[in-house]
Design a protein around this ligand. Structure first.
Ligand code: XMP
Length: 319
C-alpha cells in the first residue's frame, strides 16, 4: 500500500542498509527535492549526514538565512553554509551573455562545492535529490537548461579526486510523491509547495551584467511581489512568479523633479509542464498594489511593468 509513512519506513531501512556507519554529503539547495532528501537522510542516519549549502548571492531575499534556520536550527542538522557571494559576483563581472553567465555560475558552484567536500574527512557517499522525471529526461534529452542544478550535484560533474558512491532515495518517485513524503517528514507547506527556482537564480533575472546593486534591488522587489501573491492566494494559483531587473533607466516624478531610475518587470505564469505557459491573469487591483508598493518602497525603481507574453513564443525566464 502506498502511504507516505510506509514509503518513508522502507526508504529509511534501505538507507541504513546501504550506508551503515559511513558518512554522507548532500548538496542542499533549499529546493523541494534536496530538502526532502535532507529530512529523510537525517531521520535515517542523523549526524552521519553533512549538508553543504552554497550561497551564490543570487538567491531570493533572506533565502540563505531561512535555509539555515530551517535545517540547522529547527531540524538540528549539520549544515555548512559556503558564503561564496563575492566569488560568484566577481566571476560574473563584465559578463552579459546569458549562456556564458549560466556556465560561470555552474562552474563556480562545482568549485565551491568541491572545496567544501575536500575539507570533510572520510565521506563515502554523495546524496542527490534526483527524482524520476530527472532520470527520464537526462536519458532522453540534451536540452541542457532545466537540469543544470542537478548536474551540479552530479558526481560526474565533480573533480576526479572526489569519487563518492551515490545515494538517491527519490530516484523512482514523482514530484507529487516527493511532496507527500516531505509533508509527512515535517517540512513546512510553504517549502514543499514553492515554485521552482532556477539554478542560476537571479543571475538570469538580471538582464545583462550581474551587479550587487542590481541583485539587492531585485531581491526587494521580488520579495514584495511574493508577499502580495501569498497574501492574495495567487501564489498557489500560479506555477511560477518572479521579478526581473531591467538595466535601463526610466523617468519618474518626485516632488518637483524628474528622477531616472530602474525598471522592474513582473512575471507570473500558469503552466502544467513548463513547456508551454500562459501569463497569469492577475487581477488589476493586485498588480496595482504590487506596483505601488515597489515604487514607493524602493527609491531605485521608477517603473513597474507586467509581462503579458505567453510561451511560446516567449520563454518563462527573460534570459
Ligand atoms: P524557460 O525560460 O525555458 O523556463 O521557459 C522553463 C523552466 O526552466 C527553468 N529554467 C532553468 N532552470 N537552470 C535551471 O535550473 C536554468 O538555467 C534554467 N533556465 C530556465 C525556468 O525557471 C522554468 O521553470
Amino acid at each position: 500500500l502506498w502511504t507516505p509513512e510506509h514509503i518513508i519506513d522502507l526508504r529509511i531501512e534501505q538507507l541504513r542498509a546501504q550506508i551503515g556507519s559511513e558518512k554522507v554529503l548532500l548538496g542542499l539547495s533549499g529546493g523541494v527535492d534536496s530538502s526532502v532528501v535532507a529530512a529523510l537522510l537525517h531521520r535515517a542516519i542523523g549526524d552521519q549526514l553533512t549538508c553543504v549549502f552554497v550561497d551564490n548571492g543570487l538567491l531570493r531575499l533572506n533565502e540563505g538565512d531561512d535555509v539555515m534556520t530551517m535545517f540547522a536550527g529547527d531540524h538540528g542538522m549539520k549544515v555548512i553554509r559556503a558564503n561564496a557571494q563575492d566569488r560568484f559576483l566577481s566571476e560574473l563581472a563584465g559578463v552579459t551573455d546569458p549562456e556564458a553567465k549560466r556556465k560561470i555560475i555552474g562552474r563556480v558552484f562545482i568549485e565551491v562545492f568541491a572545496e567544501e567536500a575536500r575539507k570533510l574527512d572520510g565521506v563515502k557517499f554523495l546524496a542527490q535529490g534526483t527524482i524520476y522525471p530527472d532520470v527520464i529526461e537526462s536519458a532522453a534529452s540534451k536540452q541542457g537548461k532545466a537540469h543544470v542544478i542537478k548536474s551540479h550535484h552530479n558526481v560526474g560533474g565533480l573533480p576526479a579526486d572526489l569519487n563518492f558512491d551515490l545515494v538517491e532515495p527519490l530516484r523512482d518517485l514523482f514530484k507529487d510523491e516527493v511532496r507527500k513524503l516531505g509533508t509527512t517528514l515535517g517540512l513546512p507547506h510553504a517549502m514543499i509547495y514553492r515554485h521552482p527556482f532556477p539554478g542560476p537564480g537571479l543571475g538570469v533575472r538580471i538582464l545583462g551584467e550581474v551587479k550587487q546593486e542590481y541583485a539587492d534591488i531585485l531581491r526587494r522587489a521580488d520579495a514584495i511581489f511574493m508577499e502580495e501573491l501569498r497574501k492574495s492566494g495567487w501564489y498557489d494559483k500560479t506555477a511560477q512568479a518572479f521579478a526581473v531587473f531591467q538595466p535601463v533607466k526610466s523617468v519618474g516624478v518626485v516632488g518637483d523633479g524628474r528622477r531616472y531610475a530602474w525598471v522592474i518587470a513582473l512575471r507570473a505564469v500558469e503552466t502544467i509542464d513548463f513547456m508551454t505557459a500562459r501569463f497569469a491573469h492577475l487581477p488589476y487591483d493586485l498588480v496595482e498594489l504590487i506596483s505601488n508598493r515597489i515604487m514607493n518602497e524602493i527609491a531605485e525603481v521608477s517603473r513597474v511593468v507586467y509581462d503579458v507574453s505567453s510561451k511560446p513564443p516567449a520563454t518563462i525566464e527573460w534570459e
